[in-house]
Ligand binder design. Structure first.
Ligand code: GLC
Length: 703
């Protein structure tokens, strides 16, 4: 009999449900505080895993209590939210998505896994794969943006990066694909709110990243807090067991979100904690994060709500996870690695990542900073911000190791006189600093205006109904802009901010998101022109929050927007166009696309020429969209089918080739089954989803 089956045979029912109990140690606070000393439960064998604890000695100490203290000595696993780095913090996931670079996404996850494992971590609650099209929702910061193909490729890359070549490797950590699913479509952009969307949109948009994560071998999946069409995800049998386990063959562990099981009572589907525990277990949830509700499963058993076979199935999956992590061979395999600081290469990787995620939204030749400039005013509440640069979910990242924007620029242009004033706070209405800040600008040759959100204004439980510049920042910007000096705005945020007025008046706007530890150096690299910006938007940037949800892959209307025809789908007061489209991002080079050529066949080949007219080398992202012009189910106006990254020296032209297999031309029919329909298709190629700037060709496929 296998080790797992032998253990299950030996376990009492209390020891079995103990394996399904995941407790927080509280070194990080990621949900409502919990009382009690979890160590006593560990020694009693009532805990299967611990999270929010890191550090070799701390983890070794707790593991010893399980292995030596509990009757059967079953080792714990240790989890943490390692989303964008562990000790070395990379840009937030939304920023990194804008690299459109799966190998790079994998590299940063690999680096994070190495650092987390060295701190004793066995499992991360990442990647977060929530497709999001609503900037009011603070968790848009944690995910891969608006597009399911980007999210799917992000999922696969991150799972590979975290899990390495084998889960048993000391530097591998188990990944947890989360939050399953559709939390990004929460009602009114409010975190945890109900989600109601069509079965079609569920399958076309929100399930693909989880299909990809399962195909890549993710070890765990975390259901979302929200309900979907009236069924809370934590009790969603059809999707947890029907889709994940039976249709996709997912045989890993399903870990509830923080106290999500008893929250089934608030959802209105369970009368008490015992019933909530039974509902979750029967739906397919294996571990209970924090609430302790699964410790009541013996009562559910006595009430006939669950069977011991149900409990054994969950225990089996948890023990198999621990076995695959190598914890039965050596419970200390990660926390007893020889102590070593994060490799220096990770700092270089963090700087490279930060530089490449910076997205130049506006530039009227204000950037890069001209070589003759000798006096720069660095203004704004985020110019000298340090901890905020890490963004939400910064794991074990030390704020003190951040390079501020002020520090980065001072180091990059020592020949310049740099003056600084915050002007205003990130929030609050104290405008008393604006006059002095303005005076400093009047004698400057260039102003770098550092605005945006604090790290806590995005991430979990951080929805904003009016996601514009907080506090008195726009008043500061008005005063600075009135000086008439060239103004380059550095925008720090976890979401697209409503900045249409600022974008219309500033000389340049660089979206920095939250770049991580190397923020100041990376921003200096780009604004000085040492690095050509190459970040592209992974999410549509609205003009006005009233446009939301706004995204490129919308279905048409029978009356598409037409400014000349009042009886069409548009607003009286705001454009239907975004401020910046998906894929937008400027460069210091002048590049262009030409000569779109299609070669029909199996596969269909699409070619286009990218030219770099200079003056500097460029890294470009070329997107390929498709529209099925007429199908029995209305198809989106544009669907992203592929993209290519091209680095091109000045003066050079390169042929870019895409191949589209038959699956690219299929869609889900009335029964949500993939189908190919002969007929007309539009192929659209370009450097963003701005339809006016795309090269387009029409093809007819008969088979
Ligand atoms: C939080 C988050 C989830 C995280 C978990 C553990 O509530 O929703 O993303 O992994 O708790 O920290």
């Amino acid at each position: 009999m296998s080790l797992v089956e032998t253990l299950i045979a030996k376990m009492t029912i209390a020891e079995k449900v103990g394996q399904l109990n995941l407790v927080t140690a509280g070194q990080a606070v990621t949900g409502p505080a919990q009382a009690g000393d979890f160590r006593a439960n560990v020694r009693a064998g009532h805990v299967g895993g611990v999270f929010n604890l890191w550090g070799r000695d701390a983890i070794e100490s707790v593991q010893k209590q399980a292995v030596q203290g509990a009757r059967l000595g079953v080792p714990l696993f240790f989890g943490l939210d390692v989303l964008h780095g562990h000790r070395t913090i990379f840009p937030i996931p939304l920023a990194e998505a804008g690299l459109f670079d799966p190998p790079f996404w994998e590299r940063t996850a690999r680096a994070a896994a190495i650092e987390a494992a060295a701190d004793g971590i066995d499992l991360t609650f990442a990647p977060m794969l929530d497709v999001a099209r609503d900037p009011r929702w603070g968790r848009i910061a944690e995910g891969p943006g608006e597009d399911p193909l980007v999210a799917a490729r992000f999922a696969a890359a991150k799972v590979r990066g975290f899990q390495g070549t084998a889960l048993s490797e000391r530097t591998s950590i188990a990944s947890t694909a989360k939050h399953f699913c559709a939390g990004g479509a929460a009602l009114a952009g409010r975190d945890y709110a109900a989600v109601d969307l069509s079965e079609r949109v569920l399958h076309e948009v929100y399930l693909p990243p989880f299909r990809a994560a399962v195909a890549a071998g993710c070890a765990a999946i975390m259901p979302a807090f929200n309900s979907l069409a009236g069924i809370p995800m934590t009790a969603h049998t059809a999707l947890l067991t029907g889709f994940l386990r039976r249709k996709l063959g997912f045989d890993g562990v399903i870990i509830s979100d923080y106290t999500a099981i008893p929250e089934l009572i608030q959802h209105g589907v369970a009368a008490d904690r015992v019933e909530a525990a039974a509902l979750a277990l029967k739906a397919g949830v294996d571990m209970d994060m924090v609430s302790g509700a699964f410790l009541l499963l013996p009562q559910a058993l006595a009430r006939g709500l669950v069977t011991e076979a149900d409990i054994d199935a969950a225990v089996r999956r948890v023990l198999r996870l621990k076995e695959s992590l190598g914890l039965f061979d050596d419970p200390y395999r990660r926390c007893r690695q020889s102590p070593a600081p994060p490799p220096a290469a990770h700092q270089a990787l963090a700087r490279d990542a930060a530089r490449r995620t910076l997205t130049l939204l506006v530039n009227h030749d204000v950037l890069p900073i001209p070589a003759h400039v000798r006096r720069i005013a660095i203004i704004g509440p985020l110019a000298d911000a340090r901890a905020d640069l890490l963004g939400p979910w910064s794991a074990a990242g030390a704020p003190a190791q951040c390079v501020t924007i002020l520090e980065g620029l001072r180091a990059a242009v020592p020949e310049c006189e740099i003056v600084h004033h915050p002007g205003v706070g990130v929030e609050g209405d104290d405008a008393s600093g604006i006059p002095l800040a303005r005076r400093l600008c009047e004698t400057a040759e260039l102003v770098v205006l550092c605005l945006g959100e604090s790290a806590g204004m995005s991430g979990e439980a951080a929805s904003r109904a009016n996601p514009g510049l907080p506090g008195g920042q726009m008043a500061l910007a008005d005063a600075v802009l009135e000086t008439g000096r060239p103004v380059a705005v550095i925008l720090l945020s976890g979401r697209p901010l409503m900045i249409s007025t600022l974008a219309a008046r500033a000389g340049a706007v660089l979206a920095a998101w939250f770049p991580g530890h190397a923020a100041g150096d990376a921003i200096a690299d780009v604004v000085t022109g040492r690095v050509n910006p190459s970040g592209r938007l992974p999410v549509t940037w609205p003009v006005n929050i009233g446009q939301v949800p706004i995204f490129f892959a919308t279905r048409s209307s029978g009356r598409p927007p037409d400014s000349l025809d009042p009886f069409t789908s548009k607003y009286l007061d705001v454009s239907v166009e975004p401020l910046f489209p998906f894929g937008h991002g400027l460069s210091y080079a002048r590049t262009s696309l030409a000569n779109l050529r299609i070669r029909l066949g199996a596969p269909v080949e699409v070619e286009v020429d990218l030219c770099n007219e200079g003056p500097v080398a460029a890294e470009e992202t070329i997107f390929l969209f498709l529209r099925d012009v007429a199908a029995r189910v209305a198809r989106p106006l544009m669907e992203l089918k592929d993209w290519a990254k091209v680095t091109l020296a000045p003066g050079r032209t390169q042929r870019v080739v895409f191949t589209l297999g038959r699956e690219s031309f299929t869609f889900l029919d009335e029964n949500l089954e993939p189908v190919f329909e002969p007929g007309g298709f539009e192929i659209l190629v370009g450097q963003s989803a701005d339809r006016k700037r795309l090269l387009t060709a029409r093809i007819d496929l008969s088979m």
